[in-house]
Design a binder for this molecule. Structure first.
Ligand code: NAP
Ligand code: ZN
Length: 351
């Protein structure tokens, strides 16, 4: 198959810094869209994967699944997009399209295993898929979404992962007016969780370990903020919350949060720490509580989330970086030193 060689940024081992490398992009098939990548958000999953914290990374690894850009070419059978459209690609670039879950618009749970934007088997070129820390990407139109024209493109890129990963569980657990919702861990995902839950009409309580985020969480839309290290502040919310969205990237005590749920309340984990999180039986059985999880969202729901964000004028709070600053950005991400998402300006990866 004919391919185009483009510039990307990636790593060749878990302990090696990211650096420039060359990758191939396929010649578009009749159903493909070629996207010139303008911005790419930096998700904590990029860091977990680059450093092999989930133990499945194939190298070289080119992360990036919060991709936005402009369509520069379309295959002959493409119907949804034309050259010049402002589009996005999130965590998925393909799935079987035949199983029960694909048919129910839950491509993220495809029985045959969806193709992730990076570090998945590449059905076209062999080897593994390469993500958005690159100049271009070629994607089946079914896995490309429209970005509402009223939204700032760079600040929209985090919606493709952080946005959908928080929107989907908030919808699934029916968050809205009359519901008290906790959002734990105010990073890239958590800050989107606050904005989206607020726009859905819920009463939002933010839980942070960072004193410096206390006031900012209110600006983001939280009705109340709790410093989770303060036992007295935590106690005040015992049995008060209908739902908790846990966005923490590292080990933490989930039992402390389960105690804040009302009877029949649910805590959904979206954070994916490297190590297991112990759950005490009595954290759940007393109040018939549920400890659950959620992963990104399907393509239809991703478009629904983008339209919702367009209507409510919701984007991420971002700090723009050049591609060459990615290693420093990873170190700062680990130190909780980002307000609230790094976004790479792909113009820095010169043509
Ligand atoms: P992030 O920007 O680094 O945010 C994580 C937040 O967790 C931090 O801002 C911090 O919030 C809190 N935190 C960090 N270390 C902590 C510790 N040791 N103890 C307690 N709290 C701590 O990361 P992100 O990009 O939002 O991603 C969050 C997690 O979700 C990652 O594990 C990522 O892989 C995962 N993820 C999952 C999905 C999915 O589909 N389920 C999708 C995307 C990402 P405070 O300062 O407020 O305490
Ligand atoms: Zn992500």
């Amino acid at each position: 198959m004919h391919t185009e060689v483009i510039k990307a940024y990636g790593t060749t081992a878990a302990t090696t810094p990211l650096d420039q490398l060359s990758i191939n992009r396929r010649e578009p098939t009749p159903h493909d869209v070629v996207i010139d990548i303008l911005f790419c958000g930096v998700c904590h999953s990029d860091l977990h994967t680059a450093r092999n914290e989930w133990h499945g990374t194939i190298y070289p690894c080119v992360p990036g699944h919060e991709i936005v850009g402009k369509v520069v070419r379309v295959g002959d059978h493409v119907k949804k997009f034309k050259v010049g459209d402002q589009v996005g690609v999130g965590c998925l670039v393909d799935s079987c399209q035949e199983c029960q879950y694909c048919k129910e618009d839950l491509e993220q749970f495809c029985e045959k295993g969806a193709t992730q934007t990076y570090n998945s088997s590449d059905k076209h070129l062999g080897g593994q898929t390469y993500g958005g820390y690159s100049q271009k990407v070629v994607v089946n139109e079914g896995f490309v979404v429209h970005i509402p024209e009223n939204l700032d493109l760079a600040a929209s890129s985090p919606l493709l992962c952080a946005g959908i990963t928080t929107y989907s569980p908030l919808r699934h657990w029916k968050v809205g007016p009359g519901k008290k919702v906790g959002v734990v861990g105010i990073g890239g995902l958590g800050h989107m969780g606050i904005k989206i839950a607020k726009a859905m009409g819920a009463h939002v309580v933010a839980f942070t370990t960072s004193e410096s985020k206390f006031e900012e969480a209110k600006r983001l839309g939280a009705d109340e903020v709790v410093l989770s290290k303060d036992a007295a502040q935590m106690r005040a919310f015992r049995g008060k919350l209908h739902f908790i969205l846990d966005c923490v990237s590292a080990e933490h005590d989930v039992n402390a949060y389960l105690s804040l749920l009302r009877v029949d309340g649910s805590l959904a984990l979206v954070g994916a720490p490297e190590f297991p999180l112990p759950v005490a039986a009595f954290s759940l059985i007393g109040g018939r509580k549920s400890f659950a999880g959620s992963a990104i969202g399907g393509l239809a729901e991703t478009q629904e989330m983008l339209d919702f964000c367009g209507e409510h004028n919701i984007t991420a709070d971002i700090e723009m970086i050049n591609m060459q600053q990615i290693n420093e950005a990873y170190d700062r991400l680990l130190k909780n030193d980002v307000r609230y998402r790094f976004v790479i300006d792909m113009a820095s990866l010169k043509h």
